[in-house]
Design a protein around this ligand. Structure first.
Ligand code: 0L1
Ligand code: MG
Length: 261
């Protein structure tokens, strides 16, 4: 069997995604895969997608809340990329046929007004670069069986990214108390979780600062116009055909998403 390389790992994950098939942890086969190398796999995977015509439109944070960290057994936040192919219009049924085992999580989403470049970005500076705040959903999908992975695996897999939806309702950051912003998540009308914005690193702006500082370590920045998903406020819920997931936010409005039948 050929040696594991960054290119081989990226191809393996892309192959699983395009064939809608999951598989085992790459770290079981390539135990030397460390975090820095995993981000190189993630960037190589992105390069394959942009080479095929996709456009980078933003960044996502993952595992920023205690609920998500506890569920996945990993206590370190991570970042991933968003492309235009991942964006779904709000209010339309979500086609599930290209997904392996999709889950949905409610998120507070920023649209950036200015470039945000680390290091040493504070939450205050981060919030100053935000043009508008929205409710959003992330549909996550892991290319690993049963969402079972170690941190380098999930980093290489672009933080389980799949699709995202941003509410058309927007507010300026200074019109909101984002740490206190409430969110009630329900599935087919039954409440399954509640949270406030403080669930995400104490304040979603702290998550944004974390992303900027983390990208700066790789010589990268958050660009003006980008969308930034700050991380699931609650644990993610399964999305199946005909299942409707609703997130009722306090000031940011209500957003619903249904799996296409
Ligand atoms: O839940 C997961 O698959 C962990 C990766 C990060 C996903 C997220 O929090 O957006
Ligand atoms: Mg997420």
């Amino acid at each position: 069997m050929a040696e594991w390389t960054i290119e081989r790992a990226a191809d393996e994950l892309l192959n699983r995604e395009s064939r809608t098939r999951d598989g085992g942890r790459i770290t079981d086969l390539w135990p030397e895969l460390d975090l820095d190398t995993a981000y190189l796999v993630q960037d190589t995977l992105l390069g394959r997608k942009t080479g095929a015509g996709e456009r980078v439109v933003g960044a996502k944070l993952g595992l920023t809340s205690h609920a998500k960290q506890q569920r996945m057994g990993i206590d370190s936040p991570l970042t991933g990329w968003l492309t235009d192919a991942m964006r779904l219009p709000a209010g339309e049924p979500v086609a599930l046929d290209r997904m392996i085992h999709p889950r949905v999580e409610p998120e507070i989403v920023f649209t950036m007004g200015e470039r945000l470049s680390g290091p040493d970005v504070t939450p205050e500076r981060a919030l100053g670069a935000v043009a508008s705040v929205h409710a959003g959903f992330e549909v996550i999908d892991s290319r690993y069986r049963d969402f079972s992975f170690a941190l380098p695996d999930v980093v290489a897999d672009n933080a389980s990214s799949c699709r995202f939806v941003v509410s058309p309702v927007s507010l300026p950051a200074d019109a909101l108390d984002l740490a206190a912003e409430t969110c009630r998540l329900s599935v087919d009308g039954e409440t399954v979780a509640t949270a406030t914005g403080a669930a995400v690193q104490g304040h979603p702006a702290a998550a944004l600062a974390l992303a900027a500082n983390s990208l700066a370590r790789r010589g990268l920045a958050i660009e003006a116009g980008w969308t930034v998903l700050t991380g699931g406020l609650t644990d993610a819920v399964f999305l199946g055909p005909g299942v409707t997931v609703t997130a009722e936010f306090g000031a940011l409005g209500t957003l619903a998403l249904t799996g296409a039948v």
